[in-house]
Design a protein around this ligand. Structure first.
Ligand code: KIV
Length: 304
């Protein structure tokens, strides 16, 4: 069945903001939900202009913009700064702030305190956290404080070491059943949505069919209720090895590199700046300036 693009939903609670309650309705009418990551104000604005429904300030920022080898080193202060920037640019999409490693694992109280910071200081509409098990009580506590929580299962990069690396999850019946059970538990704990990363399509389809909250897939097949891609992967800005599930829609990295090479060559050849990029001054003022500067120089250095 082909789905016609729908008009943006009506504004509430902030002017123009997509209501959170619209997401289960989109799932119900099988209208795919579009999520993309962003890490700065222009990124948030462009995602908004392109009609994204959700913008994730992912802790993938640790790798894509901060140059780390994994997402683990991202700090709350770094993520807050990025979240503030994104929320200045993205107005209609719901902005989800990814809680970095160490900001929600310790205790429910700590998780609630940090989630509140993302909403109050970062301007986020919701937070995302990885995992189930002990994290279920974190979800309950944060939702209990009035903050919407997005879950994240499958390949959870913050625990990639425990998972044996960045590889697909849920590929045996036993592991797929565990994923299904964790998904149900996250829904019951109050998550408004669930990211499924790098899980077999058939497993994601089963989870999606069973849950009433929308699933957002990344490497989980087309049957999820929505999809998410990382900004730098989608636009061709990331130089590391791309995961199987990445589709590159542009090669912005090449475009930027060529532009910088052209600029460097113009500077070296004195082709830039041109007249159009410089400021003039009235002739008489210029003459006065040059004369005065010479006089000043003569009086200041008697040996000259
Ligand atoms: O940090 C991130 O960008 C994410 C997405 C891959 C879902 O968690």
């Amino acid at each position: 069945m082909s789905i016609r693009p729908q008009k943006p939903a009506p504004a509430t609670p902030a002017p123009g903001k997509l209501p959170l309650t619209e997401l289960p309705e989109m799932k119900a009418r099988r209208q795919p939900i579009v999520m993309v990551t962003a890490y700065d104000a222009p990124g948030g604005r462009l995602a908004d202009q392109a009609g994204a429904d959700l913008v994730l300030v992912g802790d993938s920022a640790a790798m894509t913009v901060l140059g780390h080898e994994s997402t683990v080193p991202a700090t709350i202060e770094e993520m807050l700064m990025l979240t503030r920037a994104v929320t200045r640019g993205a107005k209609r999409p719901l902005v989800v702030a990814d809680m970095p490693f160490g900001t929600f694992q310790i205790s429910d109280e700590d998780a609630v305190r940090n989630a509140i910071r993302f909403v109050k200081e970062g301007g986020a509409d919701a937070v995302k956290l990885e995992g189930a098990g002990p994290m279920l009580s974190r979800v309950r506590a944060i939702v209990g404080a009035g903050i919407p929580v997005m879950g994240h299962l499958g390949l959870t990069p913050q625990s990639a070491t425990m998972l044996g690396g960045f590889k697909a999850q849920g590929r045996t019946a036993e592991k797929a059943l565990a994923l299904l059970a964790d998904s149900r538990a996250l829904e019951a704990a109050g998550c408004f949505s669930l990211v499924l990363e790098a899980v077999p399509q058939a497993v994601a389809r089963r989870i999606t069919d069973e849950l009433s909250i929308p699933t957002i897939g990344i490497g989980a097949g087309v049957d999820c209720d929505g999809q998410v891609l990382v900004w730098h992967d989608l636009l061709g800005l990331y130089e590391g090895r791309a995961a199987r599930f990445v589709k590159r829609y542009a090669d912005i990295g090449d475009t930027i590199r060529s532009a910088l090479e052209a600029y460097a060559s113009d500077v070296r050849e004195r082709r830039f700046p041109e007249d159009a990029h410089t400021y003039a001054m009235p002739e008489d003022e210029l003459e006065l300036f040059l004369q005065s500067a010479s006089t000043q120089r003569r009086t200041e250095s008697p040996t000259a």
